[in-house]
Design a protein around this ligand. Structure first.
Ligand code: NDP
Length: 258
């Protein structure tokens, strides 16, 4: 009974930015559980590589080019996916950017806008477009990739634009959960610590002093792997989390304890 709740057979899942890092791991986790997975990404070659590797695992995977910052394209892609697959049950809002280590006083308009455009505007366009489809069918599960940076201020690198964008993701998650709670659509978020992906290579690979601080500030004394976020996303997306909505689930090796 309990393990069955984690199965996603017959469900259609969309993962934005699913071509690498945490998104690729989420696509695999949902696909292994039986979902048909749509990898929605910026770069066609990255989509192709991700879909190929999922298909090699016998996952029913498909790719679709999407820039989440273009709201009209997001609406069109939502229509296309429902037109082709008949439904959308799960949305993982993973696409995000973080060009960190920039002080507030040095942050350009463009730098601020990029982070807001992708991390919060784009995430809302996707919640709205796919949420409409879910509400029309009376069910669905949205998992937003927030961040511990929406809960604490990272050290030592300054990144006010990123922290603010992720705090907004958390509050949007709770707001949508409250609006849609009685209409069958659950909306949750995960708040990961540093995860080893291209996004964090500026610290993990290129800056040993910074990396040392990251580890010292983490009770578990290590960074995470994309799969360790994906398994929590899978749980939240599934019926095993049927009573959960509006939750911001820390996946942070204890970082927010200190
Ligand atoms: P990556 O940079 O490895 O992957 C993000 C993916 O999203 C890339 O393929 C990227 O494409 C794509 N993307 C960027 N902009 C858009 C867009 N406008 N439309 C569609 N796709 C886009 O990052 P991670 O896997 O590390 O991060 C995934 C999510 O997890 C992000 O939201 C991030 O903020 C969050 N997160 C990450 C943590 C970490 O330590 N890694 C910690 C906490 C949260 P491209 O490379 O071409 O830009």
């Amino acid at each position: 009974m309990y393990l069955e709740k984690l199965r996603l057979d017959g469900r259609v899942a969309v993962v934005t930015g699913g071509g690498q890092g945490i998104g690729a791991a989420c696509a695999r986790a949902l696909g292994e559980a039986g979902a048909t997975v749509m990898v929605a990404e910026l770069l066609p070659e990255r989509i192709e590589a991700s879909v190929d590797s999922l298909r090699r695992l016998q996952i029913d995977a498909h790719g679709i080019t999407l820039d989440v910052t273009k709201s009209k394209d997001v609406d069109r892609v939502a229509d296309e996916i429902v037109g082709r697959h008949g439904r959308v049950d799960i949305l993982v809002n993973n696409a995000g950017v973080a060009i960190s280590d920039v002080r507030a006083e040095d942050t350009s308009d463009e730098h601020w806008r990029l982070h807001m455009d992708v991390n919060i505007d784009g995430l809302f366009w996707c919640c709205r477009a796919f949420g409409r489809k879910m509400l029309a069918r009376g069910g669905g599960s949205i998992v937003n990739i927030g961040s511990m940076s929406g809960l604490i201020v990272n050290k030592p690198q300054p990144q006010s634009f990123y922290n603010a964008s992720k705090a907004a993701v958390h509050q949007l998650t709770r707001s949508l959960a409250a609006e849609w709670g009685q209409r069958g659509v659950r909306v949750n978020a995960v708040a990961p610590t540093y995860i080893e992906t291209p996004l964090t290579s500026f610290g993990i690979k290129e800056n040993p002093d910074m990396y040392k601080v990251w580890l010292e500030m983490t009770p578990m004394g290590r960074v995470g792997q994309p799969e360790e976020v994906a398994s929590v996303v899978h749980f939240l997306a599934s019926d095993a989390a049927s009573l959960m909505t509006g939750a911001i689930v820390s996946v942070d090796g204890g970082y927010t304890c200190w």
